[in-house]
Design a protein around this ligand. Structure first.
Ligand SMILES: Nc1ncnc2c1ncn2[C@@H]1O[C@H](COP(=O)(O)OP(=O)(O)OP(=O)(O)O)[C@@H](O)[C@H]1O
Length: 742
């Protein structure tokens, strides 16, 4: 039996995969046979259009639906795929068949699709890297511009370079001779087989931790970073994947219909956006059905169009109306995030057979390297008497300025391993700013932060030689970039018709000036970056073991409770995007393990009963607890809790105190707690730091803080210090006032 479990099962799985591929191919083949033998050419064209629309809409859904970005230039990537694919088959025809044979084999179409996909993917990368760094609508603007730029470039291709004449300019792809026709070798079989594979890959992706990471970004980018998800990288990956599939769809289109640059206009891009919105942003089956619906709908409306003599552009009005109705009646689209799926049925059958997921160990990985630094640790050891090995966190002279406002100045604090420390202070004292710096949300203006003996922000003790080598290396790259940019700028500033020996000289000087400026800038930036580490990215901090909760709960509201916690395992994953797309063996094991661990955690905190609920549907207190559980799922060494008791009733606060004590012990954590509830802070913290106007005004045990006049003054004002002091009762009275005031 054991032998069967170890050896034969993988064989079955491999066979099942081959079976799925064969099934898709056979189904598409049969569909092609039925369509080509029984249906007229006109309807066949519409069926082909549906297939291509499915590929485009499902691929756009990766960016607009799953990742929550807004791309409105999908037709631009499609056109890159179409022109690349058509160029490939054109050159093959020229090379092998001298332009005579229009019956290229399927293998060349596959090469054209791959080429189209890769070209569009590269464009996706070039567009995505600068625009996806920023949050907001930049991507929409850039993709809109990209679609238009590609169109204009192709229309004017012959003017740009005579060697691009074969693209045909505004007339359409006509080859160098001017009358070439792209072979129409995209049949129903290849289109639907491709559509099925695109759906299958997106489906695989959506239901793994990798797909969850995409959705986490859509829900809340800041929280996603805090869970160790590199948001820019993940968004770029999603965008490149989506562009790749759009390119594949474009190549198929090029070999199915005659096309011109204007074919891939803004209206086509908007059609795909509407398909995603109508079907449900994030829903693969919804998007697929919406694609079919929106391609077929105008055909059914043809009699109406003819009856009233409407122009073809009436479709835009219909689509706009559909969009408005969807927004009003069902903003999440027909299927929302959900899918038409057999999964519930399969799960029920499985549970009847009593199957449970197998467990396996998940390899822990960390890619972050950081500078070793003993100096600061030793200084703190001398001053505070805490050995460097005991120090989890050391913050030295930390300052943060926002424009003119000094939010933190010269803050010093340290945390011993396993300590539970409070950080208190009046509103606006700078507590959350400390957390934001410790988790990489803000860069410190000055100061040094050590985490477990290593510098995570501050001056780096790098030796001079490697420092110089690195700066020179970056300068070289920066210089090369400057040279290319210089050439482009210089050639575009000076029109070619006006060039003479004199202008060429000017051009040359201009190139050198731009190149040298870039090189100098790159050298300065690199030199400074090497000397001072401004802080790691939030996902890198999470990877090192710093996890946090937020003052205003930041759960992934539209993901299930289980998925919220599962995302904790994301940063310790050992699988990549290809594992997710093709559901590799190790990915399946890792997924089972992450689900098992997440359920175990939920069970320990009595939240398992909510595992399938959306996080936003939980009662307030449970949401707060879930946020803590989610932070624990990242396996942190240091947990930062930002006002966990906010909005809780007294009973919930008592339970929270117990919970914090418990997790500190069970998970061997060091905890830094921001809290306004004095009873809670005084009740559980071993030491307390008090911040006021960005400065630490007191540090000590709860009873020391309770009796510290400066703390009382900070909370209640200077006048309380001038109270009669015949006995020490004023201290107690004042702190009671303070507790009540807070
Ligand atoms: N991104 C920002 N830009 C400008 N000012 C900021 C920014 N973040 C915080 N500040 C300012 O820094 C100061 C400290 O804010 P912070 O949120 O850290 O205080 P806090 O002690 O956490 O307050 P509270 O208890 O009310 O949450 C405030 O004056 C705040 O307005």
């Amino acid at each position: 039996m054991r032998r069967e479990g170890v050896i034969i099962r993988p064989v079955y799985r491999a066979l099942a995969r081959v079976g799925i591929v064969l099934l898709i191919l056979i189904t598409a083949y049969c569909f092609n046979l039925v369509v080509s033998n029984t249906i007229n050419d006109y309807v066949t064209e519409i069926i082909k259009q549906c297939g291509i629309a499915i590929i485009l809409a499902v691929s756009l859904n990766i960016v607009n639906g799953l990742t929550g970005q807004f791309s409105i230039g999908h037709a631009g990537f499609m056109s890159v795929g179409a022109y690349t694919g058509a160029s490939i088959t054109y050159w093959v025809e020229m090379a092998y068949f001298h332009g005579q044979n229009q019956n290229l084999g399927l293998q060349w179409l596959l090469v054209a699709m791959l080429g189209g996909g890769i070209a569009a993917g590269i464009c996706g990368y070039l567009v995505g890297v600068p625009s996806l760094r920023l949050r907001g609508d930049y991507l929409a603007i850039v993709t809109l511009g990209f679609g238009e730029i590609i169109r204009v470039l192709i229309e004017n291709s012959a003017e740009i370079s005579p060697s691009l004449k074969f693209l045909g300019g505004a007339v359409g792809f006509v080859g160098a001779s001017g009358y070439y026709q792209v072979p129409l070798i995209s049949n129903v079989f290849i289109i639907y087989a491709t559509a099925a594979f695109v759906i299958l890959l997106c489906w695989n992706l959506k239901f793994t931790a990798h797909g969850l990471a995409f959705m986490a970004i859509r829900e809340d980018e800041v929280a996603a970073e805090a869970m160790g998800i590199p948001t820019t990288y993940t968004k770029v990956i999603a965008f490149v994947l989506s562009s790749f599939f759009a390119g594949v769809g474009g190549a198929l289109y090029a070999h199915a219909e005659f096309f011109q640059p204007i074919t891939f206009n803004f209206i086509l891009s908007m059609n795909y956006v509407i398909m995603v919105v109508l079907g449900g942003s994030g829903s693969i089956t919804g998007t697929t059905l919406a694609a079919i619906f929106l391609v077929v709908l105008p055909e059914f409306l043809k009699p109406v169009q003819h009856r009233f003599g409407l122009p073809d552009a009436y479709r835009v009005v219909i689509y706009a109306l559909l969009l408005i109705l969807t927004m009003l009646l069902r903003p999440q689209g027909a299927f929302g995030m959900g899918e038409l799926s057999l999964k519930p049925l399969v799960e029920r059958l499985k549970s009847r057979r009593g199957r449970t997921p197998t467990s396996s160990s998940v390899q822990q990985t960390t890619s972050v390297s950081w500078a070793q630094d003993q100096e600061v640790g030793n200084a703190v050891a001398e001053r505070e008497g805490v050995r460097p090995t005991e120090q989890v966190l050391v913050v030295e002279n930390l300052s943060k300025k926002f424009a003119g406002l000094s939010a933190l100045s010269e803050v010093n604090l340290y945390l011993r391993k396993g300590e539970l420390v409070g950080l208190i202070g009046p509103n606006g004292a700078g507590k959350t700013t400390v957390f934001n710096i410790l988790t990489g949300v803000y860069e410190p203006t000055e100061g040094h932060i050590l985490f477990c003996g290593k510098t995570i922000a501050g001056k780096r003790p790098t030796p001079f030689a490697p420092h110089l080598v690195r700066a020179l290396r970056d300068t070289l790259f920066g210089g090369a970039g400057g040279w290319i940019l210089g050439t482009i700028l210089a050639t575009s500033i000076l029109p070619s018709s006006h060039r003479n020996v004199h202008t060429l000289e000017v051009e040359h000087v201009l190139e050198w000036i731009i190149t040298l400026s870039f090189a100098a800038y790159a050298f300065i930036v690199s030199w400074r970056a090497n000397r001072y580490l401004p802080g790691l990215q939030p996902h890198q901090m999470a990877e090192l073991g710093i996890s946090r909760t937020f003052q205003n709960i930041r759960l992934f509201a539209n993901l299930s409770v289980l998925d919220n916690v599962r995302l904790g395992a994301y940063l310790r994953r050992s699988t990549n995007l290809f594992d997710a797309l093709f559901r590799s063996e190790r990915l399946q094991k890792e997924e089972q393990e992450s689900v098992r661990k997440a359920r175990e955690l939920l069970n320990r905190f009595n939240l398992l009963r909510f595992e399938k609920e959306l996080a936003c549907n939980l009662p307030y207190g449970d949401q707060r607890r879930l946020e803590i559980v989610r932070a624990l799922a990242t396996q942190p060494k240091l947990l930062l809790l930002d006002e966990p008791a906010a909005g809780m009733n007294p009973q919930e606060k008592m339970q929270l105190m117990e919970l914090i004590r418990r997790i500190r012990e069970e998970f061997e954590l060091t905890v830094l707690l921001i809290e306004h509830d004095m009873k809670l802070v005084m009740g559980i913290c071993e030491r307390i730091y008090v911040l006021d106007y960005g400065r630490i005004i007191a540090e000590g045990k709860p009873e020391e803080i309770r009796n510290n006049p400066e703390v009382i003054a900070a909370y209640l004002g200077e006048e309380h210090l001038s109270k009669p002091t015949a006995d020490d009762s004023w201290n107690r009275v004042s702190i009671q006032d303070a507790e009540e005031a807070l």
